[in-house]
Design a protein around this ligand. Structure first.
Ligand code: AMP
Length: 211
């Protein structure tokens, strides 16, 4: 049995064509099914539906043989012991700093002001501002980061940006592009040794399907 950990939403949807390239079709829709283990047309392949931030943990502890997760999650939650053979070029976005459109970020940085930054990505934000020599107080949030500057709780946010529509709708502007993000295949190394042929088949099919 090969077990693949995926999260619902964009990663799941953009993984469907990759699975298809490996001859795998998921037989249930995670948006309508309440099942957490989904069967596929291959009796020896199943899909686990887990939170995006839990994908590395399932793969690391062998709950899944492989999984797909964003570079943001791997950087933020660690990727110890995980083999990362492929950048799948899916769920692409960027991680950026954004502020209220009336906040003068450039001069605040120039003056050496201490900034309050709200984010889910505390490790990425800490590294980024440290590399710029900007002093920050970080506030950890779990979602809707865009609210924090609007209610005066933070000067800036660090968040994923795709089209920029969410920022625009909340009168925020992007002032720094920290890095580009895409999703990666992560593999449990012990599982790869034990199930080399079927896992290699999937990895190779994914690799040839990456556009
Ligand atoms: P957008 O309005 O298209 O810029 O999307 C921004 C919102 O979608 C933010 O709340 C992000 O946290 C989220 N988002 C954008 N891209 C991704 C992604 N690849 N994975 C997860 N969340 C994302």
């Amino acid at each position: 049995m090969i077990t693949i950990a995926l999260s619902k939403g964009r990663i799941f949807e953009e993984t469907i064509p990759l699975l298809k390239a490996a001859g795998i079709e998921v037989l249930e829709d995670p948006d309508t099914s309440r099942k957490l283990i989904l069967t596929t047309n291959q009796p020896d392949v199943r899909v686990l539906v887990v939170r995006a931030t839990d994908v590395p943990t399932y793969v690391q502890y062998g709950g899944a043989d492989m999984g797909i997760t964003g570079k943001d999650t791997l950087l933020e939650h660690g990727s110890q012991g995980l083999y990362q053979p492929l950048d799948l070029q899916i769920a692409k976005c960027r991680i950026s700093v954004a502020v209220r459109s009336d906040f003068d970020y450039k001069s605040a940085v120039k003056k050496g002001s201490r900034l309050t930054v709200a984010t889910k990505y505390v490790a990425i934000a800490r590294d980024f501002f440290a590399s710029k020599g900007v002093h920050v107080d970080l506030i950890k949030l779990y979602g809707s980061m865009e609210l924090a500057p609007l209610v005066g709780m933070a000067d800036a946010i660090v968040d994923l940006v795709s089209t920029g529509n969410t920022l625009k709708a909340n009168h925020l502007v992007e002032v720094e592009h920290i890095m580009d993000i895409s999703s990666r295949l992560v593999v449990n190394q012990a599982a790869l040794k034990l199930k080399q042929a079927p896992m290699r088949h999937i990895i190779d099919a994914f690799e040839s399907a990456v556009v």
